[in-house]
Design a protein around this ligand. Structure first.
Ligand code: SAM
Length: 241
């Protein structure tokens, strides 16, 4: 797959990163026997829909090595609703000088990820069990991250309400979407300024093997998020902004 990585992202995983991806695949397959982690289990499909898709979403962060080394401060990333660790584990594997918090509300998934992190010896990632609505109100997490990743968790507007309170001013929320409709665009454009954000781009692309259409939304945080956001558990999904 090295040629495809190179042709599509102008980037390739190192030998170590490839080995970690392979190990992650095997651990998720094994974990799937007991837990409902993913329906995507065939090797090429896993590569395209989990690994490639993860990296495609945060590719802007891959070539920041020199900059970050100069700044000598780690890029703080949170993956909200990480499930089996996607896209947060690929982020921890590939983004230089990063620390990644993997958040999910399901204890069983977090227990699984803890085992994966131990097996992969990934010491720049850790787990948090909880709801984004609660974590976003804690001083220890609110406005603490440079980057929030969020894939397959809820509508874009709800994802923005989960993500923006956690990001520092100047930071970026990367929301992974499949299809994207004009109505979603309108709802997001209304909600984002209220949360202190600005839509930077809506990036449409096709996956390299099955040519499925995907979208990645980049939302920049430009102002503090008002204290009432995120609202109480369940409210963002029941009454989206
Ligand atoms: N991000 C992974 C992926 O793309 O494969 C998992 C997606 S899975 C469909 C959604 C995950 O989000 C589930 O593991 C669920 O427990 C978690 N989740 C949903 N709402 C959440 C919330 N409010 N706070 C934290 N986790 C949440």
């Amino acid at each position: 797959m090295l040629d495809i990585w190179q042709d599509t992202l102008n980037w390739q995983p190192s030998t170590t990163e490839q080995a970690l991806f392979q190990q992650l695949y095997e651990l998720i397959l094994a974990g799937n026997q007991k837990l409902n982690l993913t329906r995507i289990t065939e090797a090429y499909e896993f590569w395209e829909k989990h690994l490639w898709d993860s990296v495609r979403g945060f590719k802007v962060l891959l070539n920041k090595k020199a900059e970050d080394a100069l700044a000598s401060s780690a890029l703080k990333i949170i993956d909200i609703g990480t499930g089996a660790g996607i896209p947060g584990i690929p982020a921890a594997v590939t983004i230089a000088n990063s620390t990644v918090d993997l958040l999910d509300s399901t204890q069983k998934k977090i227990t699984f990820i803890d085992q994966v992190l131990t097996e992969l010896k990934l010491d720049n990632a850790k787990t948090i069990v909880g709801r984004a609505e609660e974590i976003g109100q804690l001083r220890s997490h609110r406005q603490q991250y440079n980057i929030a990743l969020i894939r397959a968790v809820s509508s874009a507007t709800v994802c923005a309400e989960y993500a923006l309170p956690l990001i520092k001013k100047g930071g970026l929320a990367i929301i992974y979407r499949g299809t994207w409709r004009d109505e979603e665009n309108t709802a997001l454009a209304n909600a984002v300024p209220e949360l202190g954000g600005e839509i930077e781009c809506i990036d449409q692309f096709a996956t390299p093997l099955t040519h499925s259409i995907r979208h990645c939304l980049h939302i920049r945080k430009i102002a503090s998020t008002p204290a009432q956001y995120p609202r109480a558990v369940g409210v963002p999904t029941q009454r989206p902004l």
